[in-house]
Design a protein. Structure first.
Ligand code: NDP
Ligand code: GDR
Length: 344
């Protein structure tokens, strides 16, 4: 039985990766930081049988003593380092904290493997945010980086730390340069989930409108379930390497809003410009979307679209879920949660 250790197991990707590795017969271990409710985050949505199979290690990735001990004791075959302060907007307000978790935490994991378990393979959750200010479209492994937020800068440090340890010490360490991937498990502050939840609440009369920032930002949005399979494939490759995982399609936040409302048969009509722009119900004239400058970022990443041809060629990876399907999946999941009174 192979042993896998997942940091960030309670997050969106942690949920899907745990399910995948359990299906594949792994012994799954996860690092969870203590909270007053001892909540397991997204893992609470797993079945009873799945939950019983996971081994939780309570601790924080910024605690090097704890990380050293965990890796020394477990000597996992595979480590998936997903733990991070992952919200770009928050990173502008809390850069030091973002650096501490994302750079410090990554160094702790990478160094513990070097010192105590050099046979472990490492997957590091790098990101399309590394590309930041557009240098090339579409973006691939060879596209120059130009990070545009403290989050992106911290992930750039992580990316190079992983590459440097791989080249210096011959360790099996890989970077997954993953473009945005979403799901019903996405945190509610990220734009896709904010929209799907907003649409579902508006449909059931629990909310009047959604307030958003930059409607023109474009992202390459895929489904998290497809991407965790790509993470696993990266570690099954015959050599350690860095890979882009993306869909190759890009859509604006505005398009996401339109598609999401379509799921509940509402057509959106846009009116006004800039911060005065609103999205109205085309039938009733009711304002359902407003722009609030507080959601704009000091520096924006205007457009991301990935070229995943290296992953396709070398790993046989391809995304399965398309944009329309993803939007529908997310809105329908939130409608159902409200119907089931899981959200009030
Ligand atoms: P989430 O924000 O959903 O999950 C982040 C996880 O990290 C949570 O389990 C969180 O725990 C944990 N965590 C945060 N800080 C610490 C800490 N100090 N010690 C231990 N655990 C900590 O992110 P996603 O699942 O969406 O993403 C996974 C990784 O992939 C992240 O590193 C993210 O930056 C990166 N990424 C994500 C992409 C996406 O589109 N989803 C695209 C590219 C990269 P808690 O539950 O306690 O908050
Ligand atoms: P991102 O995701 O920054 O790409 O990072 P997010 O969903 O936060 O933003 C995407 C785009 O939407 C614009 N936007 C808004 N964003 C939020 N959160 N809230 C709003 O109200 C809003 N209005 C417009 C943003 O300005 C941005 O352009 C995600 C995270 O998962 C990272 O961890 C990961 O590395 C990258 O994806 C790839």
């Amino acid at each position: 039985m192979k042993v896998a250790l997942i940091t960030g197991i309670t997050g969106q990707d942690g949920y899907y990766l745990t399910k995948l590795l359990l299906e594949k017969g792994y012994e799954v271990h996860g690092i969870v930081r203590r909270n007053s409710k001892k909540s397991l985050g997204n893992l609470e949505h797993l079945s009873k049988e799945e939950k019983e199979q996971i081994n939780i290690h309570w601790g924080d990735v910024t605690d090097s003593t704890f990380i050293d001990r965990t890796i020394k004791e477990l000597k996992p075959d595979e480590v998936y380092h997903l733990a991070a302060q992952s919200f770009v907007g928050f990173s502008f307000e809390n850069p030091k904290y973002t650096y501490d978790v994302n750079i410090g935490g990554t160094l702790n994991v990478v160094n513990a493997i070097k010192e105590y378990s050099p046979e472990s393979k490492l997957y590091f959750a790098a990101t399309s945010e590394l590309y930041g200010k557009v240098q090339e479209i579409p973006q691939k492994e060879t596209t120059p980086f130009y990070p545009r937020s403290p989050y992106a800068v911290s992930k750039l440090a992580g990316f190079w730390t992983v590459k440097n340890y791989r080249e210096s010490y011959g360790l099996f360490m890989c970077n997954g340069i993953l473009f945005n991937h979403e799901s019903p498990m996405r945190g509610p502050e990220f734009v896709t989930r904010k929209i799907s939840l907003g649409v579902a609440k508006i449909y059931y009369g629990l909310q009047k409108y959604i307030e958003l920032g930059n409607l023109n930002a474009k992202r390459d949005w895929g489904f998290a379930g497809d991407y965790v399979y790509g993470m696993w494939l990266i570690l099954q490759h015959h050599k350690p390497d860095d890979f882009v995982l993306a869909t190759g399609e890009t859509h604006s936040v505005r398009e996401f809003v339109e598609k999401a409302f379509k799921v509940v048969d509402i057509e959106i009509e846009w009116e006004g410009k800039g911060v005065k722009e609103v999205g109205k119900n085309a039938d009733t004239g009711e304002v359902l979307v407003k722009v609030n400058p507080k959601y704009f970022r000091p520096a924006e990443v205007d457009i991301l679209v990935g070229d995943y041809s290296k992953a396709k060629k070398e790993l046989g990876w391809e995304p399965k879920v398309k944009f329309d399907e993803l939007v529908e999946m997310m809105v329908k999941a939130d409608l159902k949660r409200i119907e089931n009174k899981e959200i009030i």
